[in-house]
Design a protein. Structure first.
Lengths: 361, 231
C-alpha cells in the first residue's frame, strides 16, 4: 500500500509544489530547513488548509485506494483516518488528561478495547498523569499525552510536526525511545517532520527532503543518504550513516560485532540482541587515513578502501575525502597538510582507521 | 417608603425585556461574533462597524430610525403589518427589537474577543480528533470561550437595563408595556417625586456596581482567555 500526495499550494510569498509517493509503512521523515514547507505539507496531508489555498484547485492525496483529496472531492480533516501531533502542546486545557484521551475515543466507530488502551498508555508512560489537569504537566508529559491521544484514534496514518522541537535533551531522548517502540510494536505508518539530522538518521526508513517548497529527494533512507552531499547538507559535522546486523552481541572482550555487509565492525559493547538491525554514525573526524596497513595499533577497525574523491581544502585547512569500502561509502576528514604530504589522489588504495563509531539505534 | 406598584411594574418589565434581549442576543450575536473572529472577508470591516455603531451613536438617533423603520410606512412596519402583527412601535416586542440592536456590540465584542484569543489551533486539534464543526463548537469553542460568553451576557443584560433614549423614541411611556425603570425615574423627577426617584436610582447604581464588579473580577481571573471587554 502506498501514500501519495500531489499538491500545489500558493501563499502570497511562498509556494509548495510537491509530488510524492511513499510506502504506507514505517517511519517517513520530512526533512528541510525552516521555511522549506514541511509543516505546510503535513497540514495539507491532514486536510487542515482551507480549500481555496490550492492553486487552481490543484491537490490530490491518496491513501491506499482511499482518495482524501482530488479536483472534485475534499475529505475534511475530521473524516480522515489520521492521528496528528502538533509541534507545541495541543492538549485541551478545559479537560483533564483522561478526558483529553477520551475525546477522540468517543468519536471513532470502534474504540479500542481496555487492554489495548492500557497498552498505549503504558507505552507512553502516562498512567500516573490521567487525573491531572492539562496545565499541571511538563512539556515532555504533554507531548506524550498528545501522542497517546492520537494513537488511541486507531489511526491508519500518524502525522507528527516536530513533536520534540520545544523539549530539552533528556525529554527528547525519552520521546525518541517511545517513537522507536511505536515503530516496532504498533506498526502504524508515521510521517514525521524534523530538522534534526540526528533524529532523522535514528528513526526514519524513508526520507523526503524539501527545500523552498520543492521536493529535493525522496526514497529509502539508505539510498537518499548514500549521497554524501545530501547527508552533509543535513548536519554541520560530516558523517556517514551505516546500517548493520549484530552478529555477536558480546564477545569475550566485551565488544559487539556488527556486519555492515561489506565489512565487519567491532564496537564497544551495547545492549543489543544478536541479529538486531542497528544503525551507526561514523563521523568523518573519527576516520583517519594510512597508506599502508597500520600494525601494532590500538585502533580496532581498519578498512581497505579506495579514494573516490577529495574535496578542496576548507579555510581551516581540512580536506573531506570520500572513500569506497566496496559498495559502502564513508568519508574521512584529514588535514590538507597530510593530504598533500601523503599525496592522496582519487583512485588510490588506502586504509581507513576508524577511531570511534556511535550506535544510534 | 419603598417602591410603588408602578415602580415594581417598571422593574419587572425592565427585567423581562433585558432577559429576553440577552437570550436573543446570545443566539444572534454568537454567529456574528464567530464570523467576525474567523473571516478574512473584505466585509469584516463594514459589518464590524455596523455592529459597533450603537457604541458611538446617540441613542435617540438609533431610536429615530427604528421608529421610522417600524412605523406603518417603514420596511419593518410593512412586513409586520402584512403578517398581521400590526406595527411594533410602542409595543413590548418593538422595544425588544430596539434593545437587541442597541446592546448588540456589548454581546458580540466580548464573544468575538474570546474566540479570537483562542485562535484556530484548538479547533484544528478537535478536527484531528474526529470532531466535526458543530461538535467542536459545543465541546471546544464554547467551554474555552465561556468567560467571554458570560461577560457578553452580563454586559448585554446590564446595558439593556440602562437604556433610555431608544426606549423613549421607540416605546414611549406606556405603563406595564414600555415604561421601563429609566423612564419611570424620569417621570418621578418630572413630577418632583424625588424620594421615589432616589429609590429607583439607588437601586440602579447598586445593580450596575455589582454587575461591573462581577465582570471585572471574572476578567481578572481569566485574563489569559482574552475575554476582557476593554471597558
Amino acid at each position: 500500500m502506498a501514500f501519495s500526495a500531489r499538491l500545489n499550494i500558493a501563499y502570497s510569498d511562498f509556494t509548495l509544489d510537491v509530488d510524492l509517493t511513499i510506502p504506507a509503512k514505517g517511519i517517513t521523515a520530512i526533512f528541510g530547513p525552516s521555511g522549506s514547507g514541511k509543516t505546510t505539507l503535513l497540514r495539507a496531508i491532514a486536510g487542515l488548509h482551507p480549500k481555496d489555498l490550492y492553486k487552481n484547485g490543484q491537490g490530490h492525496i491518496q491513501f491506499g485506494d482511499q482518495i482524501w483529496q482530488s479536483d472534485t472531492d475534499f475529505l475534511p480533516t475530521y473524516k480522515r483516518p489520521i492521528g496528528y501531533v502538533f509541534q507545541e502542546s495541543s492538549l485541551f486545557e478545559h479537560l483533564s488528561i483522561q478526558q483529553n484521551l477520551d475525546y477522540g475515543q468517543k468519536r471513532i466507530k470502534k474504540p479500542l478495547k481496555p487492554h489495548e488502551r492500557d497498552h498505549i498508555i503504558d507505552l507512553l508512560g502516562i498512567s500516573h498523569l490521567l487525573t491531572r489537569p492539562a496545565d499541571k504537566l511538563s512539556g515532555g508529559e504533554r507531548q506524550r499525552v498528545a501522542i497517546a491521544r492520537a494513537l488511541l484514534l486507531r489511526p491508519r496514518l500518524l502525522l507528527m510536526d516536530e513533536p520534540m522541537a520545544s523539549l530539552d535533551f533528556a525529554r527528547k531522548s525519552e520521546i525518541l525511545r517511545f517513537l522507536e517502540r511505536l515503530k516496532t510494536e504498533l506498526k502504524i505508518p508515521l510521517i514525521y517532520i524534523s530538522h534534526n539530522a540526528e533524529e532523522v538518521t535514528r528513526l526514519a526508513d524513508h526520507l523526503i527532503i524539501l527545500d523552498q517548497g520543492k521536493l529535493q529527494q525522496q526514497g529509502p533512507i539508505q539510498e537518499v543518504l548514500a549521497n554524501h552531499k545530501i547527508l552533509n547538507s543535513m548536519s554541520d559535522e560530516p558523517f556517514t550513516l551505516l546500517f548493520g546486523t549484530v552478529i555477536t552481541a558480546r564477545t569475550d572482550h566485551n565488544l559487539t560485532e556488527v556486519d555492515l555487509g561489506d565489512a565487519l565492525i567491532r564496537i564497544p559493547h551495547h545492549e543489543v540482541k544478536k541479529q538486531a538491525e542497528i544503525r551507526l554514525h561514523l563521523y568523518a573526524k573519527d576516520v583517519s587515513i594510512a597508506l599502508s596497513r597500520p600494525e601494532q595499533t590500538s585502533v580496532l577497525n581498519i578498512f581497505d578502501c579506495q579514494i573516490d574523491t577529495i574535496e578542496p581544502p576548507t579555510e581551516n585547512g581540512q580536506c573531506l575525502i570520500h572513500l569506497c569500502l566496496k559498495n559502502t561509502r564513508i568519508q574521512a576528514r584529514v588535514s590538507a597538510y597530510s593530504c598533500a604530504e601523503l599525496d592522496l589522489r582519487a583512485g588510490q588504495q588506502v586504509f581507513a582507521q576508524i577511531k570511534a563509531v556511535s550506535i544510534v539505534q | 417608603m419603598g417602591f410603588s406598584d408602578a415602580d415594581l411594574a417598571a422593574l419587572w418589565l425592565t427585567f423581562r425585556i433585558a432577559s429576553i434581549t440577552t437570550i436573543l442576543l446570545l443566539i444572534i450575536g454568537t454567529p456574528i461574533a464567530l464570523w467576525l473572529a474567523r473571516t478574512n472577508s473584505r466585509w469584516k470591516g463594514p459589518i464590524g462597524a455596523i455592529v459597533a455603531l450603537p457604541l458611538v451613536l446617540p441613542p435617540t438617533v438609533l431610536g429615530f430610525y427604528l421608529l421610522i423603520a417600524m412605523g406603518p410606512n417603514g420596511p419593518i412596519g410593512q412586513i409586520t403589518t402584512a403578517l398581521g402583527l400590526g406595527t411594533l412601535t410602542f409595543t413590548f416586542w418593538g422595544l425588544v427589537i430596539a434593545s437587541v440592536l442597541y446592546s448588540m456590540p456589548f454581546v458580540v465584542q466580548p464573544i468575538q474577543n474570546a474566540i479570537e484569543a483562542l485562535g484556530e489551533r484548538p479547533l484544528e486539534v478537535a478536527a484531528t480528533l474526529r470532531a466535526g464543526p458543530w461538535d467542536s463548537f459545543f465541546t471546544v469553542t464554547l467551554p474555552l470561550a465561556r468567560p467571554g460568553f458570560i461577560t457578553a451576557a452580563i454586559l448585554g443584560f446590564a446595558h439593556t437595563v440602562g437604556e433610555f433614549g431608544v426606549v423613549l423614541m421607540v416605546g414611549g411611556n406606556i405603563p406595564g408595556v414600555t415604561r421601563v425603570i429609566s423612564v419611570q425615574i424620569y417621570d418621578h423627577v418630572e413630577t418632583m417625586a424625588y424620594s421615589q426617584a432616589h429609590w429607583l436610582s439607588g437601586t440602579m447604581v447598586i445593580f450596575s456596581f455589582v454587575v461591573l464588579t462581577i465582570v471585572y473580577t471574572f476578567n481578572r481571573d481569566r485574563k489569559k482567555s482574552g475575554a476582557g471587554y476593554g471597558l
